[in-house]
Ligand binder design. Structure first.
Ligand SMILES: Cc1cc2nc3c(=O)[nH]c(=O)nc-3n(C[C@H](O)[C@H](O)[C@H](O)COP(=O)(O)OP(=O)(O)OC[C@H]3O[C@@H](n4cnc5c(N)ncnc54)[C@H](O)[C@@H]3O)c2cc1C
Length: 561
């Protein structure tokens, strides 16, 4: 693998800042419509909030509670779009919500809810010609609830509702799929590029100045439009880029720290949501919806929300927050205290909330992506920021933003507008009729070389790029061996990733490309092997190798000691 080269054009139509799911979806949306694009990310792609998701692509049924039909349909369309454009990475996930005789969401209300959802879905299928008929919602019996979800949540239930969300096999690789798709259409995409300044001339944004974090070099990018997709960092960046003091309120959103726990075993057979009642500190007793979803033989439980100020300060849990979450896990998942206190990993990220709230009160999430068009706010042309509340709606937000960008570029330079194709164009690795058909073909082809579990892992992780991984096995048969200390990963994945997927640090490789760090810190033999291969490929000295290993270990220090 060669050291990375930074190539840039003299000028771009659009510069996207931030390489989370929102930045990645915006870069792909713009590149797929023929715009010249550069994306700059200060860490690794998908390394911040987007890595910390519950991995649910919402089908929208929950928004019926507030009769927000637009949101129901937007979510449902996005669930269907993800299933279509990345069938290897997103699967339908059956979910159950128990109902109780004494609540407003009893048998009658949930039956009506499921009926309404199917009705609007059917109408939408007719309109959008998508096919989600097999993903119909409905009532399930008390016995079904009893068989599939944990004991406390099923107590005194009279049955429940079944619906289908999507589940992402690997959220970090989904971000990468958008990035690689944009790259394949000519976008320049770079990680470890920290945007420090906006270049503004006579009220127009003309470009950005970034620092390449590996070398310290400065890079000037000229562009007609900047999309700030730095999400939780938008407030901080606005203050820095516009030299705004912290009390000015341009583009500011209130923030909540969102938290999930990962347990290294399945809490229940099926994904389920249920209400828990608890109070944080001196705050009032509040009832909230929590969710538990089986994922890769483990369970993700969450999501809790706490007061937060900045992504740079609120990136770990306090003891009080940890104890509070554990108490909820005991109530919801019927786990014993000792077990509930031992999640193998914790997800933490910041999301926008509707209004500011008091300490000890639980925040209400913003209902949709916060898009700030600076032309309307302070007259600055050529800058829009997007701060999304859901991974689910990143692509549809990008569609709207690029419509706006094209309208502006059209009025200033007569560039013209094009229609979006991203809801039905396969992403990197997603070009297949159906995942099941692809899996059967792949199993047939590689049955003599690899065992079934490895083939399934490779098919889900790389989709139609699996054949490119296997070229490394064709060249060297030893590459089909397992990476030491991992259940399904093979050695050939590493050179493929190093050659094609823009890896800079050990954490990028282990956590966000191989996906062996999603359930908690990987085994020592896996860390040693990956660090050794990377050190050889990138000519690291002993200190650089150790520095990368230490950085990986730090990544897992999020729980109170
Ligand atoms: C615990 C948790 C669970 C969640 N569960 C779900 C779920 O199940 N389903 C769902 O739909 N949503 C879920 N969400 C919400 C979802 O994850 C977020 O809405 C989404 O990931 C936000 O993406 P983003 O791209 O805006 O932010 P980020 O992923 O944080 O990306 C912003 C990027 O900008 C970069 N950046 C910042 N400043 C600069 C700079 N100066 N220069 C260059 N780059 C910069 C950062 O490094 C970062 O990578 C969850 C969130 C959390 C935290």
């Amino acid at each position: 693998m060669l050291a990375r080269k930074i190539r840039i054009h003299d000028h771009y139509d659009v510069a996207v800042i931030g390489g989370g799911i929102y930045g990645a979806a915006h870069a792909w949306e713009a590149a797929s419509r023929g715009l010249s694009v550069i994306l700059l990310e200060k860490g690794d792609f998908g390394s911040a909030t987007s890595a910390n998701s519950l991995k649910v692509i919402h089908g929208g049924i929950r928004y019926l509670q507030t009769l927000n039909i637009k949101r129901v349909l937007d979510s449902k369309r996005e669930r269907d779009a993800y299933l279509r454009i990345a069938p290897h990475l997103v699967q339908p996930m059956e979910c159950i919500m128990p109902s109780y005789p004494w609540t407003t969401k009893g048998k009658f209300a949930t039956t009506v809810g499921a009926f309404l959802y199917n009705l609007v879905s059917r109408y939408d299928d007719f309109v959008s010609k998508t096919d989600s008929k097999r993903l119909r919602a409905g009532r399930v019996s008390k016995a079904c609830v009893g068989e599939n979800i944990s004991f406390n949540a099923q107590r005194k239930t009279n049955g429940g509702t079944r619906w289908y969300d999507g589940q992402v096999y690997d959220t970090e690789r989904m971000v990468l799929s958008f990035i690689m798709s944009a790259k394949a259409r000519g976008a320049h995409v770079y990680n470890y590029m920290d945007v420090k300044e906006l270049i503004v001339d006579k009220g127009w944004v003309k470009g950005v100045i970034a620092t390449e974090l590996m070398s310290g070099d400065t890079l000037t990018v000229n562009t007609d439009f900047v999309i700030d997709a730095t999400g939780p960092w938008t407030n901080l960046n606005t203050q820095r880029w516009m030299r705004q003091d912290a009390n000015q309120n341009i583009g500011q959103a209130a923030l909540a720290k969102a938290v999930n726990f990962i347990y290294p075993f399945e809490v229940s057979n099926k994904a389920f949501g249920a209400k828990v009642q608890s109070a944080f500190g001196q705050g009032p007793l509040t009832s909230r919806l929590l969710f538990s979803a089986p994922w890769k033989g483990s369970s993700i439980v969450g999501t809790w929300y706490f007061l937060a100020k900045s992504p740079e300060k609120d990136n770990a849990l306090t003891q009080e927050q940890f104890d509070f979450c554990v108490a909820d896990v005991i109530a919801l998942c019927s786990l014993e205290k000792g077990l509930a206190m031992k999640p193998s990993f914790v997800h933490i990220g910041l999301v926008p909330v509707k209004k500011s709230f008091k300490e000890n009160e639980f925040p209400l999430l913003s209902e949709e992506t916060i898009t700030t068009d600076y032309k309307k706010v302070n007259g600055l042309e050529g800058l829009v920021s997007v701060f999304g509340v859901k991974y689910t709606t990143a692509r549809s937000s990008a569609e709207k933003t690029i419509d706006l960008v094209q309208a502006r570029l059209d009025s200033s330079s007569g560039m013209g507008k094009t229609a979006s194709v991203t809801s039905h164009t396969p992403l990197y690795g997603g070009d297949m009729e159906s995942f099941s058909g692809f899996q059967v073909q792949t199993e047939k082809k590689y049955a003599d070389t690899l065992d079934e579990a490895v083939i399934e892992h490779l098919a889900r992780t790389y989709g139609t790029n699996l054949g490119r991984v296997m070229e490394y096995v064709d060249k060297d048969n030893a590459m089909k061996e397992r990476i030491p200390g991992t259940p399904y990963s093979i050695k050939a994945e590493i050179p493929y990733i190093l050659d094609h997927e823009m890896v800079v640090r050990l954490t990028d490789l282990i956590v966000r490309r191989l996906g062996i760090g999603g359930l908690g810190q990987p085994s020592e033999p896996a860390i040693e092997y990956c660090a050794g291969v990377m050190a050889d490929a990138l000519s690291w000295n002993a200190d650089e190798k150790q520095g990368n290993i230490d950085e990986l270990r730090d990544y897992y220090r999020r729980m109170p000691c």
